[in-house]
Write a protein of this length. Structure first.
Length: 195
């Protein structure tokens, strides 16, 4: 796999009860082949723990595979079958997020601000292409169901003569029960680059 993903994560997933995994995550499991199938952001992925391998299937956005694959493994092992809160929060509102999401773990939303800060039409096109649902927030915003348990919102404020453009990610409040902070960061990197 990669430097970022230790084979121990695949071994840990192998030790999980597949019935429990599919109940918590809505993934599918092929018992004969030992393969999990999971839809992430509208694209199907096969996870084969015994081979330490994740394979994308079909069409979908380009990915920062290491970050996405790290997210997939943690999601399969740790996701909880809890209802969404319906409350959007920033990374700083997540328990421990104010201290964690700074310096090297600052979410790379400046990529979005630089790419779309003066081009609202391009942002709208990208959001639609990625299957987003428009939100009445910022100058433009979309929500994305990354998995059935992980919705994320991408917001954009256009720049002008007085203010620089700004982009932000918001998460359902339950994300802090679903993922550790470093995996939320990995997911955010994936979203910003895929957008």
């Amino acid at each position: 796999m990669s430097q970022l993903i230790d084979n121990i994560l695949f071994r840990d997933l192998s030790a999980c009860d597949p019935k429990d995994v599919i109940n918590r995550t809505n993934a599918l499991y092929d018992e004969k082949k030992g393969i999990y199938r999971l839809d992430i952001w509208g694209r199907s992925y096969e996870v084969i723990p015994e081979q330490s391998r994740i394979t994308p299937r079909g069409e979908g956005p380009d990915t920062y595979r290491e970050y996405l694959y790290l997210f997939i493994l943690h999601y399969l092992m740790n996701a909880k079958a809890i209802p969404l809160s319906g409350q959007w929060v920033s990374e700083k509102d997540i328990t421990g997020g104010g201290a964690f999401f700074r310096g090297p773990h600052t979410l790379p939303t400046q990529i979005l601000a630089q790419a779309f800060g003066k081009d609202l039409a391009a942002f709208l096109d990208a959001g639609k292409r990625l299957g987003g649902t428009p939100l009445a927030m910022a100058d433009a915003a979309f929500s994305f169901l990354i998995t059935p348990r992980i919705p994320v919102a991408v917001l954009l404020w256009l720049g002008d003569d007085e203010f620089e453009s700004e982009a932000k990610l918001l998460f359902d409040k339950t994300i802090e029960q679903q993922l550790p902070l470093d995996i939320i960061y990995a997911l955010a990197v994936e979203i910003c680059h895929a957008f």
